[in-house]
Design a protein around this ligand. Structure first.
Ligand SMILES: N[C@@H](CCC(=O)N[C@@H](CS)C(=O)NCC(=O)O)C(=O)O
Length: 334
């Protein structure tokens, strides 16, 4: 790809959505500048940010992009090759479904492990402090890390993490990693020999887990192929074509069944229903516990977008049977 004026990405090594977008830029070979958001560039960040969230991308013409899924979609229209969407429609839809699963549900274990366990919280808070104030004395790093912990630990409730939901969230993480371990035994990326939309979303949450002591030890000890794929996804390269769905299904359908239909979709549906009913909290039975969480409008909008994607998906004759086998169909048609 010819060099041009670079895109600028405000992000953080500790932000899964930022790392997801950065990997995409690297894969596509799109000239870009990675700017770690810090005290030094906060004013510039605030000038551009519609929402106080990273990643924030500034296009060469000055257009500002936020929210990682629409960012990838906007860039894919501008940089279509190599496509991150398998040509086979049912594989392409499953890839988009897994991308959404990771952003919406896969973020729970990531956030839960990071801010529940003291060693993980300390590790993350110190890295955030060092990013924000590079080069300051250790004493100031420690004081800033204390402040980061004080801000982040109470936010566990926003993702529904509590002593009551801990078993369900941790079981989901371990199941996800083990199912991916089996799937990655036969291929370098989730849909074959090149990365798909799903790889960027799923890897990014797990990359953050890998960097934290507790889930990182699990990934390295129990699921080494997943750990290697996470490393690969930091600078992914095409090694060949996507595989047909028939080759992927034996080890990918269990992930759809146990995680997407088993956790993500019923939870997201419960959130959307609670919002419509004007309730402040959602509650559902999940993984043997009563899963309670305050409702979130953002997740309801994401679910509506996913259902619209399903409604617009071509070749339903091929797609619907696999979604039915996975237990996903009824949640997507709702
Ligand atoms: N849906 C958004 C989520 C972005 C997001 O939640 N970003 C977090 C970091 S991972 C954030 O900026 N939090 C506030 C902060 O760090 O100041 C996306 O996909 O980009």
């Amino acid at each position: 790809m010819a060099a041009g004026p670079p895109y600028r990405i405000f992000g953080s090594e500790l932000s899964p959505y930022s790392v997801k977008v950065r990997s995409y830029f690297r894969y596509k070979g799109i000239p870009h500048e990675w700017l770690v958001r810090s005290a030094a560039n906060m004013e510039e960040f605030r000038k551009h940010a519609r929402l106080p969230l990273i990643p924030l991308v500034i296009a060469p013409g000055g257009e500002v992009l936020q929210d990682s899924t629409p960012i990838l979609e906007a860039l894919e229209a501008r940089f279509p090759e190599p496509s991150i969407h398998p040509a086979e429609p049912r594989a392409a839809f499953v890839s988009a479904l897994l991308e959404e699963y990771a952003d919406e549900w896969g973020n729970k274990p990531m956030f839960h492990y990071r801010w529940t366990y003291p060693a993980d919280a300390r590790s993350a808070a110190e890295r955030i402090a060092r990013e924000n104030l590079p080069g300051v004395a250790e004493e100031q790093v420690r004081a800033t890390a204390d402040a980061v912990c004080a801000r982040m630990v109470p936010r566990l409730s926003f993702v529904g993490s509590s002593p009551a939901t801990q078993p369900a969230i941790e079981a989901s993480f371990q199941r996800e990693a083990r199912l991916l371990e089996a799937h990655l035994a036969a291929r370098p990326y989730l849909f074959g020999a090149q990365p798909a939309f799903a790889d960027f979303g799923v890897f990014a949450q797990l990359y953050e887990c890998a960097s934290d002591p507790t889930p990182g030890a699990f990934l390295r000890g129990e699921t080494p192929r997943v750990a290697a794929w996470i490393e690969r996804m930091l600078a992914p390269k095409s090694e060949g074509p996507f595989e047909p769905w028939s080759a992927l299904e034996p080890t990918l359908l269990p992930l759809l069944r146990d995680e997407v239909a088993g956790c993500f979709l019923p939870w997201s549906d419960a959130n959307a229903r609670a919002l419509v009913a004007g309730e402040a909290e959602l509650e559902l039975a999940l993984g043997g516990v009563r899963f309670r969480q305050q409702t979130q409008k953002y997740h309801a909008r994401s679910l509506a977008a996913l259902r619209a994607r399903y409604a617009a998906a071509p070749d339903k004759d091929a797609l619907d049977p696999l979604l039915e086998r996975a237990g996903c169909l009824r949640w997507l048609r709702a």
